[in-house]
Design a protein around this ligand. Structure first.
Ligand SMILES: O=P(O)(O)OC[C@@H](O)[C@@H](O)c1c[nH]c2ccccc12
Length: 265
């Protein structure tokens, strides 16, 4: 059911000619007791998928905004186990798919099998592990597959064509296309070649391609989204969520991504 939920989301979006808006937040930033409210706010604002970050002490790929959110969450004493238990409690209230973004270490501490089992109980559709290369993903992917949970794969601007083909073979859920070099966080603009890159990788696969890193405004979300199947916005949403500014989050999400709202009308 978990993977299907995400496939259905992308299918409905595709049928309606809409793009996915994947909203990233750091679990436990603002206290785990607020997670449900935060997730419901994102859903109501029109997010199609929630990417839920797991705080970790050494987040090598995170930019300053997300690192700070992770520090706040760790200071709240939030753990992967605690997050999964909370998700299991609130999952029936959330209708959009949830994808976990976690480094390998917290998963290894919990045990890959326990992680898969608890993720299933938490209703999780997919998992993103930015520090686990494709070649080493088996120990996580095999147990997750048992519960029909997808490992989301990355393509970067420096991936060779051969690498891109490897990533696409067996990819599920969506492909995370990284739009810039370096860590997460807002950017002034994108390379002119980005749009061609996104279009050419989208043509190579039936799996939806979603682009993330450095998207911090509605204009950018629309511009990037028009060359692929959806966008991922992290740092800007983390900042706004920290300020409790749901209105601005809503303003960030293009109208054409409001599938969750439409579906429930
Ligand atoms: O923050 P940005 O620039 O909007 O990019 C999304 C990103 O934050 C989110 O997907 C993410 C958070 N941590 C990561 C680590 C690696 C790759 C991606 C991520």
């Amino acid at each position: 059911m978990s993977r299907m939920k995400m496939e259905q989301t992308f299918e409905s979006l595709g049928n309606e000619g809409k793009k996915a808006f994947i909203a990233y937040i750091m679990a436990g930033d603002g206290g785990l007791e607020n997670l449900k409210h935060q997730m419901l706010s994102l859903e109501a604002a029109g997010a199609s998928v929630i990417e839920l970050g797991i705080p970790f002490s050494d987040p090598v790929a995170d930019g300053p905004v997300i690192q700070a959110a992770g520090q706040r969450a760790l200071a709240e004493g939030v753990t992967l186990r605690g997050i999964l238990e909370e998700l299991a409690r609130i999952k029936d209230d959330i209708s959009i798919p949830v994808v976990l973004m976690t480094y390998a270490n917290p998963v290894l501490r919990l045990g890959a099998d326990t992680f898969a089992e608890m993720s299933d109980e938490a209703g999780v559709s997919g998992v993103i592990m930015p520090d686990v290369p494709l070649e080493e993903s088996g120990e996580f992917e095999v147990p997750l597959r048992r519960y029909d949970i997808t490992m989301i794969r990355f393509i970067t601007l420096s991936s060779s064509e051969e690498r891109i083909k490897e990533v696409m073979e067996g990819a599920e859920g969506f492909i995370y296309a990284v739009t810039v070099r370096g860590t997460t966080g807002a950017r002034a603009g994108f390379d002119a070649s980005l749009y061609d890159h996104l279009e050419s990788i989208s043509k190579m696969t039936d799996v939806p391609v979603c682009a993330g890193f450095g998207i911090g405004s509605r204009e950018q979300a629309e511009a990037v989204g028009s060359h692929c199947d959806g966008v991922i916005v992290g740092s800007r949403i983390v900042e706004l969520m920290h300020e409790n500014n749901i209105e601005e989050i809503e303003a960030l999400i293009p109208e054409n991504a409001d599938i969750a709202i439409n579906a429930s009308n």
